[in-house]
Design a protein around this ligand. Structure first.
Ligand code: SAM
Length: 253
């Protein structure tokens, strides 16, 4: 990984991170394929989310999360976005990798959209696991409107359930990339977990939502994705967003 900031790199994050110096990143947000068993296709880009079995999936993710940990500063932290399929496995993996004492939060992103089932409660949330590399990690609690009568009109520190709607089909921010996350979610997370001016890494950046959030909140960013279509979309979004000299490095070297 080149040390220059504000760039998007095409390649497998395992290879790209292997070329990086250690301890350079303040916050890593990792939104990997979810082991859905599908090939996700849309108007812009497609990627495979099919694995032979759970071990195959965990064997893919383990070395990549280890590589991410190496590039975190001693004060750095990681957010791993997953869902009911793998959350329990990833929690154990991250306990092993970061130490259970460095677990910070299990965030629930409650998104509202989606179907229901007569056979179970409707699944309307994702899980975001927050671990720090050490006790010296950065955190500034987001402030949200209080809902109780006693605190009406005031702000309070956000809780670990984040209610932000998923991007609907007509949303202005939609770029057509499967699994694109809402910018409001990423801005909240980056603002809370990365110091101003710090470095945000998204090693599986997809359409680049995290990178846009970093640019909009005055953080530096490094994005990596193995899908050339993803890197193209990031380029387009970032050229419109970043006030700094944004550079694309569309190669694995
Ligand atoms: C869930 S999507 C990320 C969506 C993103 N957060 C957004 O808002 O658009 C996962 C991404 O991981 C990428 N990916 C899968 N394996 C990868 C690898 N080994 N290295 C880098 N990127 C990878 C896929 O191409 C896909 O874009």
């Amino acid at each position: 990984m080149p040390t220059a900031l504000d760039q998007v790199i095409l390649g497998d994050c395992l290879d790209v991170l292997a070329d990086s110096p250690g301890a350079v990143v303040d916050l890593a947000y990792v939104d990997p394929p979810f082991n859905t068993g599908r090939t996700l296709a849309a108007s812009n880009g497609a990627y495979r989310d099919t694995w032979t079995n759970l071990d195959d999936y965990l064997n893919f993710l383990g070395p990549r999360l280890t590589a991410v940990r190496r590039v975190l500063k001693p004060t750095g932290s990681i957010l791993v976005h997953c869902d009911w399929r793998t959350c329990h496995h990833l929690r154990l993996m991250l306990d092993n990798l970061f130490g259970s004492a460095n677990f910070v939060n299990h965030l629930i992103w409650s998104y509202g959209l989606g179907g229901s089932s007569p056979r179970r409660f409707a699944r309307k949330h994702d899980d975001i696991l927050f671990y720090a590399k050490s006790d010296g990690y950065y955190f500034r609690p987001p402030m949200v409107p209080a809902t109780s009568n006693r605190m009406k009109g005031q702000l309070k520190k956000a809780a670990d359930v984040i209610e932000i709607p998923a991007i609907n089909n007509m949303a202005h921010e939609r770029v057509g990339y499967p699994t694109q996350k809402p910018l409001a979610l990423l801005k909240l997370l980056v603002d809370a977990c990365c110091p101003p001016g710090g470095v945000v890494l998204d090693p599986m950046c997809g359409s680049g939502t995290t990178l846009v959030a970093a640019a909009k909140t005055a953080r530096c960013f490094i994005g990596i994705d193995v899908n050339p279509d993803a890197v193209k979309i990031c380029d387009q979004r970032l050229h419109c967003t970043s006030a700094r000299g944004y550079a694309s490095a569309a190669s694995t070297s």
